[in-house]
Design a protein around this ligand. Structure first.
Ligand code: ATP
Length: 334
């Protein structure tokens, strides 16, 4: 089975070809980079309009070269239905519908956050892990129960990457800020910032404001970066541990662009080692937004008969992971 995946929820115009026979994933991504400030939805959608035809053409070339006949040899087209920026989702949704009709193959509508989880489950071979999704616009813990991925804990305000990016915008640094904070924090001493965990949920907005104030008051930027990382990642690690304890699961996977951060992975790995749990973070190309994860989950959904009619395939900017009826796990390892 071969599936084309399309991703375009925010910054990554991305297409992928997943071959389930060989487990090979080819991904072509064209990133939107704002001239200044953060992601501007209209500019990002324009980027999708320009870049999606090119990444799709590149992936169709890969499909043609690797296919078993002159035909593209593609079984379905999977795409991110949400959550994400509406203007971007609409461009990519239109492209996916057009491609599925041109190839005369079914359409599969994928939840982007469940895809962040499933790529970790797929690459690790774990059975039923808890997943920490630490991405730009989101932050939550997911665990499977009774046919759905349940949100065990989540941010009460901004996504974790967005919180870091808001701090770096205040410094005048270019987007994305996360990698720059990671580099800068290596030269810093820990600076105390508010730690906000309430039950299974957490909050970043006060912390971001406090980090901005600290810089304005003259605390060295490297110290604030070090404090920001330690505080944010300790909050995520605490709630991840509690989610493992709550579910009785001994497997943790990580997803999302912030998961590219070495310090976050180190803290989670250490926590898992201390409680005898297994930890897996996919390689960076599958952590940040990418169409590979959409194609891989699309293949599982297609195999389960979970396709979608064009007239029902509207995108949903607020598509929550717990809205998805999980069709593809039956018959797998339970
Ligand atoms: P979502 O998946 O919720 O739609 P998104 O579309 O913003 O989020 P992702 O690719 O998952 O995209 O994550 C992008 C975020 O990852 C940005 O906020 C960026 O600053 C952050 N990021 C990237 N690399 C690092 C790093 N090394 N350390 C911390 N944050 C990072």
């Amino acid at each position: 089975m071969r599936i084309v995946g399309l991703e375009g929820t925010a910054w990554a115009a991305s297409a992928a070809l997943y071959d389930a026979r060989t487990d090979e994933v080819n991904v072509e991504t064209d990133a939107y980079e704002p001239d200044s400030g953060g992601i501007h939805p209209r500019e990002a959608a324009e980027h999708m309009g320009n870049a999606v035809p090119e990444v799709v053409a590149a992936i169709l070339d890969v499909a043609a070269e690797s296919g078993e006949s002159d035909a593209p040899d593609i079984d379905a087209v999977a795409f991110s239905r949400g959550p994400g920026l509406g203007p971007c989702l609409r461009v990519v949704g239109t492209a996916a519908r057009a491609l599925s009709q041109t190839l005369s193959v079914p359409l599969v509508g994928v939840n982007h956050m469940v895809a962040h989880l499933e790529i970790g489950r797929h690459r690790s071979g774990f059975d039923s892990p808890v997943c920490l999704n630490a991405s730009g616009a989101n932050a939550h813990l997911l665990g499977y129960h009774d046919g759905r991925y349940r949100v065990l804990g989540e941010t009460m305000d901004t996504g974790v990457g967005n919180a870091i990016d808001k701090f770096t915008r205040h410094l005048g640094w270019s987007h994305p800020g996360g990698p720059k904070v990671e580099t800068c924090a290596r030269d810093g001493e820990y600076h105390d910032l508010p730690y906000v965990v309430k039950g299974m949920d957490f909050s970043f907005s006060g912390l971001t404001s406090a980090a901005k104030d600290a810089v304005d008051e003259g605390v060295p930027v490297a110290d604030v970066c070090a404090g920001l990382q330690e505080t944010v990642f300790a909050m995520l690690t605490e709630v991840s541990e509690r989610a493992l304890s709550l579910t009785g699961t001994d497997e943790l996977v990580l997803g999302g662009g912030v998961a590219q951060n070495d310090r976050l992975r180190e803290m989670l790995r250490s926590m898992c080692e201390q409680r005898g749990a297994d930890f897996h973070a996919p390689e960076p190309r599958f952590l940040r937004d990418n169409a590979g994860m959409i194609a891989v989950l699309g293949a599982k959904m297609y195999a389960a008969g979970d396709t979608i009619a064009v007239e029902e395939s509207a995108v949903d900017p607020n598509f929550r992971p717990d809205e998805v009826a999980v069709t593809w796990r039956e018959g797998e390892r339970s």
